[in-house]
Design a protein around this ligand. Structure first.
Ligand code: UDP
Length: 495
């Protein structure tokens, strides 16, 4: 089917199948659909089932003529765990199995459609894909796009600072600065000098924790190599905002000049939807969760005093040992602060636990705490009762916390999280970095510092940064204007 004149451009959006990636790329999909573009959202079959099961996305997107979900296999059996250490098995499998399938669906006309079902007033025609927005971790869509003459925009869902550090890995290697984490002899406080703009404060311990990144020969080199692949893409999208990461963005622009900063993306979407719906209906409609949300936690929060609760969550992939769980639990209890703690059923490492939350931990928590398996996090962070966030420093969690003006205690688990936590504490002064420590006394002290003793100090910076984040997604702000520019550029690709 040829593209007809006046048919809106057709964009294929393809995320890495992980919660943080699907979440932010679905938000971008919604923004493009709102602007009238035709969008195909490509999920792995495994994740599509989970997404449809736990959310109302199908109903939500049914309102957009020209939007469709499509599936593609990740090449793994259903029972494969996919999280924790196994995450990289999925990544490798996609490079092998999913790449040829992506090519196949693009050359066939499987992604084009003609909807005359009567569900919309017009008969919707969608032409061939004009632009691919692929997850920046996936490099094979660039090969496929280049071969087929379809421009590929890379969407890297990490911070600009993490992107730039990954990008600089070959420079660190050339200077002999790359740490050998597995030797056990590395001085983790050694300063890394070869990342432009970070010469004074970046330590070995702030680089990705490779012990938790699969079993490849040298994971840092692998990450560095595929990050440089983004320069082969037509452009780069980052879920950040200029006022937060201006200096590092200038450095990235020397290598990859076409960057659209669109963050915080969830707030940009809320702003765009805001004029059409009430805040509460936006919140309840906008879940992109791959897990079942416990909404009772909001009722519990409603009953807590202003800024009295520390919200504790380590995202969708991190695994904790039973020892770590206990240290966190005792630290929280001994701090005597109220807490809302997310413990996914698969979160406790199976190696030294049966995977169940310890009954006595839950029992002992009831007085001041609430445990949940998954919560509506954006809503939780925006709740007036929440005064702090104990986080694994995943980028989505970090940027959601920043716009909510909530200070953080960071306990990074892997990948870019080590970098994010360093920037939160050392550069942006939005909280404390508890990296590489897991001790109940430290937890207790930091929780008390964040919620009481040093609160004033952090609130000054969190308030300022939250205001700048809000401005960036408001009319005339950088992220707002960059979205307009992106839409315009995609339109030009289809003429
Ligand atoms: N999240 C959520 N409910 C929870 C915990 C997390 O909705 O109980 C969301 C959170 O809002 C964020 C995403 O899951 O958008 C986690 O992404 P992040 O990049 O922070 O960490 P990852 O899961 O990739 O390690």
């Amino acid at each position: 089917m040829e593209q007809e004149p006046n048919t809106p451009p057709h964009v294929l959006i393809f995320p890495l199948p992980a919660q943080g990636h699907v979440n932010s790329m679905l938000k971008l999909a919604e923004l493009l659909a709102l602007a009238g573009l035709h969008v195909t959202f490509l999920n792995t079959d495994y994740n599509q089932d989970r997404l449809f099961h736990h959310t109302n996305v199908q109903a939500r997107f049914a309102g957009f003529p020209g939007f469709q979900f499509k599936i593609i296999p990740d090449g793994l059996p259903v029972e494969h765990p996919r999280g924790g250490d196994h995450f990289y098995e999925m990544f490798n499998s996609m490079n092998l199995v999913t790449k040829p399938l992506l090519r196949e669906i693009l050359v066939s006309s499987k992604l084009q459609y003609y909807d005359d079902s009567g569900s919309s007033t017009n008969n919707i025609r969608s032409g061939p894909v004009n632009c691919i927005i692929a997850d920046g971790i996936l490099t094979f869509p660039i090969d496929v796009g280049n071969e087929l003459g379809i421009p590929v925009i890379h969407f890297r869902t990490i911070s600009a600072c993490a992107f730039w550090i990954y990008f600089s890995v070959p420079d660190m290697e050339e200077a002999g600065e790359l740490p050998n984490f597995t030797s056990g002899k590395e001085d983790m406080d050694r300063i890394i000098t070869r990342v432009a703009g970070m010469e004074t404060f970046l330590r070995c311990r702030d680089l990705p924790n490779v012990n938790r990144i699969g079993h490849q020969e040298n994971p840092l080199q692998v990450i560095g190599e595929f990050t440089r692949q983004s320069t082969r893409a037509h452009a780069l999208i980052l879920n950040t905002f200029e006022d937060l990461e201006r200096p590092v963005l200038s450095n990235i622009r020397t290598q990859s000049p076409q960057i659209y900063t669109l963050g915080p993306l969830h707030a940009l979407l809320k702003h765009k939807l805001g004029s059409k719906t009430t805040t509460s209906s936006v919140q309840s409609q906008s879940s992109n969760s791959l897990f079942q949300e416990d909404r009772n936690c909001i009722t519990w929060l409603d009953a807590q005093p202003l800024k009295s609760v520390i919200y504790v969550s380590f995202g969708s992939l991190a695994k904790l040992t039973r020892y770590e769980m206990r240290e966190f639990w005792y630290g929280l209890i001994n701090s005597k602060k109220r807490f809302l703690w997310v413990i996914r059923p698969d979160m406790v490492d199976g190696k030294d636990d049966d995977g169940q939350i310890q009954v006595e931990l839950v029992e002992g928590t009831k007085e001041r705490g609430y445990m949940a398996e998954w919560v509506p996090q954006e809503e939780v962070l925006a709740h007036p009762a929440v005064g702090g966030f104990f986080t694994h420093s995943g980028w989505n969690s970090t940027i959601e916390s920043i716009i909510a003006g909530v200070p953080m205690i960071c306990w990074p688990y892997f990948a870019d999280q080590q970098v994010n936590s360093r920037f939160v504490s050392e550069v942006w002064k939005l909280g404390m970095d508890m990296k590489d420590v897991c001790d109940r006394v430290v937890v207790e002290t930091m929780v008390n510092d964040l919620m009481a003793e040093r609160r004033e100090e952090f609130i000054k910076s969190t308030d300022t940064m939250a205001r700048l984040a809000r401005e960036s997604v408001s009319e005339g702000g950088y992220s707002y204007c960059n979205l307009e520019r992106l839409i315009e550029d995609i339109r030009l690709m289809s003429v």
